[in-house]
Design a protein around this ligand. Structure first.
Ligand code: ATP
Ligand code: MG
Length: 211
């Protein structure tokens, strides 16, 4: 087992997503868990083909990766392209297996928002996933915490280690960012400046360079 508390292990938080684009809500989640769980390293992992949602309006992998790097750099977060090199859909269990082999003495924490957490039983090889990492979730709306705690109990009974954290909500989604770009509305409060510049310079999401 990889969860022996008596041995001080490094803590690596893995945060996967489409990141189409990465936004302040993502960074806020990461910072919240860093503070509360004493995480040593954070790895952002953009996915190639999202298994949990349709790929409509998806910027290409290189653009999403670059935007992750731009957002990560000032905060000392790492960005991994491992899912972009694998063929076919990105399954988190494969990613965690890879990381577990690369860093056997490291405790893995899988960070996610409520929408992803509540679907965990539908993820490929979820029981293996539960052995490889601790599932860490935050609510994405006002009433979300009770449902998360209830579901966490259910997952715990299946062998998962879960951690539900109540962070101040940031009602931001990539969908909102894309819609605002399409409508030529400002996104300065939603994404880091470097990401905003990148979106407009590369005409992503139907935007134009006038912002
Ligand atoms: P989209 O609207 O395209 O689905 P998204 O904002 O949900 O984008 P994703 O890349 O789908 O972003 O999500 C990556 C992870 O970040 C998921 O676990 C998701 O739940 C979480 N997440 C996204 N936005 C927030 C937010 N504002 N607060 C907390 N978690 C979030
Ligand atoms: Mg999403």
């Amino acid at each position: 087992m990889c969860f022996k508390t008596e041995v001080p292990m490094k803590k690596l938080a893995v945060f996967g997503g489409t990141f189409n684009p990465i936004h302040n809500g993502h960074l806020h989640l990461v910072q919240g868990f860093q503070e509360r769980l004493g995480i040593d390293r954070v790895m952002l992992i953009p996915s190639l083909v999202p298994p949990h949602k349709a790929a409509e309006d998806l910027a290409n992998a290189n653009d999403r990766l670059t935007m992750c790097r731009l957002a990560a750099q000032p905060h000392g977060l790492e960005v991994s392209d491992i899912e972009l090199h694998r063929k076919g859909p990105s399954y988190t269990v494969d990613t965690l297996r890879q990381l577990h082999h690369a860093y056997p003495d490291t405790e893995l924490y899988l960070l996610m928002g409520a929408d992803m957490f509540l679907t965990l039983e539908q993820w490929r090889e979820y029981k293996t996933l539960f052995r490889l990492a601790r599932m860490c979730a935050v609510p994405r709306d006002e009433n979300g915490k009770d449902e998360l705690l209830w579901y966490a109990e259910k997952l715990n009974a299946l062998g998962a280690k879960t951690h539900v954290e109540e962070l101040p909500l940031l009602p931001i989604s990539s969908t909102l960012v894309r819609e605002r770009v399409k409508q030529s509305l400002p996104i300065a409060d939603l994404v880091p400046k470097a990401v905003e510049d990148y979106i407009f310079q590369h005409h992503l999401y139907g935007g134009n360079s006038n912002g």
